[in-house]
Each structure stands twice: as C-alpha cells, then as structure tokens.
Design a protein around this ligand. Structure first.
Ligand SMILES: [Zn+2]
Length: 476
C-alpha cells in the first residue's frame, strides 16, 4: 500500500524573496507584455512591472532582457506513455483507432507495474519541466496495478517538483472488478487530496470513454464526482468508434448517453443557464468527431474540451472542430510535455484546415494566434481552479510558477504580436530556468531537485522490463 506523499523542499516561509530583474514579461492571461521585474514572496508573485526594485536581502536574477513567462500547463496527457519511446511495434499493423488502442496502448497500460508507473511520472515530469511545462493534467491507466497507482504517479512527479491534476481512467474493458477497482482508486485519491489540502496535487474522477463504460459505470463515475464536488476527465468522440460502439453495445448514441448519466445538463437551445455541477468541473479529451453545434454546446458547459492536434494526427483520427468550441485547452495526449510544440502544431493544423482548398464543411470562425495562446491560458485557468491557486498569469497573488527563457527578441515585441513570437520564435529550446510555487526546479536547463542523469540510467531497465511484459501480452 502506498503512503501519502509529502512534497519535498524547504518550508515556503524560510525562503528569501526572489526578484527577476531586467525581464520582458510575456503574460498569457491576459496576453500582454510588460518590461521590468517580477518579485516572488513565498510561493506567490507579489509585484510585477517597471517600478519593482529588489529588496536588500532578495535573491536576484538578471534576465538580460529575455522573455519571462508563466509556467505552461499540459491540459490532457498520459504520463504512462513516458517510457514508450522506441517500444516494439505491434505484430499486426493497426487498421483503425480501435486497433491502435487494442494493439498498442491497452497492452502497454496492462504491462505497467508500480515501479514503471512511478518512473513514467518522473521521466514525464522531467521532460515537461525542460519544456517550461510546470503543471500536468493527467489521465492514468494501469489495469494490473490499479490500487495506489495515482500515489505512485504522484511520487514520480513530486520528486521533480511539478504540480498535477490526476485521475484513474475507469473502464469496463477489464470486467466489473476492473471498473470497481478504478472507481475505488479515484475515491482513494480524492480522499488523499481532500485531507492534504495543498495546491500541488488535485484529483478528478477519471473515465476512459463512453464506449468502454456501461451505463451503470458511467453513472457511478458521475455520482462519485458529485459526492466530492469534483469533475470527470473523459475522452469524448476522439474517433467515430466512440459513437458507433455506444450505439451497438449500449443501444444509444454517445451524446445522449452523456446526457442520461448527468454529465451534460445544459439546455441545447440556451433558454436557461442551467449547467450541471459535475459537468462544469469536467474535462473532455478531443471532441474530434463532435458535430460543430455539439462542440459549441458541450464546450460552453464544461471546464474545457482538450485539443491534442499532434496526437490526433498520430492516431489518424482527424481534426477537431476547434473553431466552434467555446472553452478549449491544449494538451499533448501523451506525446511528450512540450506545449510550445503543441501550440505550433495547433496553429499549423488550424491554418491547413481553413485553407481555401480545404474541404472543411460549414461556417467556422477563423483561429488567430491569440486563440492558440488562449488555449494555453485556458488550461492554466482550469488547472488552477482544480488545484485552488491562480496559474498562467503574472497578477499579484498568482502562484509563482515562472519560466525564464534565453529568448531576447530581435524584433519588436508587444502585447499585440506576443502570440506570434510564441508561435514562431519561442520554443522549448528557449527555456532556461523554471520555478514552481517560488521554488527553483530548473536552473540552466538542469532539474534542481533530482539527478536527471541517474534517473535516465535507472529508467532504461525499467522500460526494458515493461516492454518485455507488454510483448508477453497477446494481441486481442
Ligand atoms: Zn487521452
């Protein structure tokens, strides 16, 4: 049994204030550019701007005119794939998305044990930190190591120092005992977070997707979330198979099933403002195959639809109707932790989809660079709401999650063109230092709290054994 994990590091009140001087402050929420300094006291930002002067005893860092940004948030990921790079290919080439799950990802997650879960968390967190990603919203699965898995994942992430919102993806694909164990792990971790009450880790109720959950299990997930005043983190319409299997197996289409279980509650015609409490705190992954009107209706009543363009391309599932979505945040869906790369791909994909020669149907609002950066800012808002702190902004009182880059603009940088700098010039290679909650986690591109070289060496045999177990599992 895994014990509760205490975050390491000095007590926050023992730390000297930190002032980052001579910085170009690129705020994400709202998008604006300020010149000057940012002062951090304890775990929050206390002052920002040209009139901020370090106190005598402050720790100071001269940023030499480089861009300083709020830490980025990955709005939907699966750290359990952090040890997947280079893993053996399936014996049979998947012909569709369902086979990609069955031949690849559902064999990988079944091979995970406690040790590889924790190592996946540690390696995934290091990868994210090096890219300036300081908070992760994760969706975890390990069907043969469910109990305690979220605490093992948390341990790996906490060693590196990041924040995270975790859940276990409940599913019926491993029988009733598997779904009950998934629900139990979500409940256990909700209790851990409720009792600990810090802003480093928080819980949502995880559900894989409606097409692998019967009505009873779906309702049980929503009830658990309601009991804890939490939300659901679930994949929705990533591929047409979500709706098709719902019809074939459960006798109803996808969206009516989500309505029937109480996850979607707003009236379609907008005649009332009624929104379900669980839905309002929920994150839906993808929405790739939602009709434009459903994408708008659903995204207006939940915390966010998570858009993962690189994963959607990798899995050949198509392009989400992003321009119709009201609340949308960016995630990587397990394709690493680089939110700069995800933002660039979101931009290129949007341009390609809305090019004059595209065959996209129906009216769509044009997506602008500010819209892509807005997806980064929204992930920070949602993560902050769930964790109980303010993320993604330099406002005084916001969490001191700060990324110092070495990017000194060679062209004018203003609030009007900041998003274009982020999409076309900044990148994860620009990330030099990072703090979370006023604590240094990355200095000169090296993680502060862990010995990265040792961890990478330790990870290799863990990955080797994980892949061997995976290959021993027959393809369905
Ligand atoms: Zn996902």
């Amino acid at each position: 049994m895994i014990g509760d994990y205490e975050c390491i590091g000095r007590a926050k009140d023992e730390r000297m204030p930190i002032t980052l001087t001579n910085a170009v402050l690129l705020n994400l929420d709202p998008i604006e550019v300020l010149q000057g300094a940012i002062r951090i006291e304890s775990d929050v930002i206390s002052a920002v701007g040209s009139d901020v002067i370090p106190a005598v005893n402050d720790e100071t860092l001269d940023c030499n005119g480089a861009v300083v940004m709020p830490g980025l948030v990955n709005g939907h990921t699966h750290l359990y794939s952090a040890l997947a790079a280079g893993m053996p290919m399936p014996r049979h080439t998947p012909k569709n998305f369902h086979e990609i799950l069955r031949f690849i990802w559902w064999r990988l997650d079944r091979a995970l044990d406690a040790k590889s879960i924790e190592m996946s968390g540690r390696i995934g967190a290091i990868d994210a930190l090096r890219c300036g990603t300081t908070t992760l919203i994760d969706h975890h699965a390990s069907p043969n190591a469910i109990e305690g898995s979220l605490s093992r994942l948390e341990k790996g992430i906490a060693d590196v120092g990041l924040r995270a919102v975790l859940c276990y993806e409940t599913t019926d694909r491993n029988g009733p005992a598997g779904s009950e164990a998934g629900l139990h792990e979500n409940r256990r971790y909700l209790d851990v977070c409720r009792q600990r009450k810090n802003d480093r880790f928080a819980a949502l109720v995880g559900a894989h997707a409606a097409f692998t959950l019967g009505d009873e299990s779906l309702r049980a997930c929503v009830q658990l979330a309601a009991d804890y005043r939490s939300g659901i983190h679930i994949h929705v319409a990533e591929d047409p198979c979500d709706d098709a299997i719902c019809r074939e197996t459960y006798g109803a289409p996808l969206i009516p099933r989500l309505e029937a279980c109480g996850l979607l509650a707003a009236n379609r015609d907008g005649s009332t403002k009624q929104v379900g409490a669980v839905g309002a705190a929920s994150i839906f992954g993808h929405g790739t195959h939602l009709a434009p009107e459903d994408a708008r209706w659903i995204s207006a009543q939940i915390a966010a639809l998570a858009h993962n363009p690189r994963s959607n391309m990798n899995n050949r599932v198509g392009y989400a109707p992003v321009s119709h979505m009201e609340r949308v945040q960016l995630g990587t869906d397990g394709i690493g932790g680089d939110m700069f790369a995800e933002a660039k791909h979101a931009w290129f994909k949007a341009c390609d989809a809305h090019s004059p020669s595209s065959k996209a149907e129906g009216p769509s609002r044009e997506i602008l660079p500010n819209g892509i950066v807005g997806m980064l800012a929204h992930a920070a808002r949602v993560a902050g709401d769930t964790l109980g702190c303010r993320l993604g902004t330099f406002s005084p009182g916001a969490a001191a999650d700060v990324v110092v880059t070495d990017y000194v603009p060679a062209t004018p940088l203003t609030g009007e063109n900041a998003s274009a700098h982020l999409l076309f010039a900044l990148g994860s290679r620009s990330v030099r230092h990072a703090l979370v909650g006023g604590q240094w986690l990355l200095k000169d591109r090296r993680p502060v709290l862990v010995d990265e070289a040792s961890i990478r060496t330790e990870a290799v045999p863990v990955a080797h054994d994980l892949w061997a177990r995976m290959q021993a599992i027959p393809e369905e």
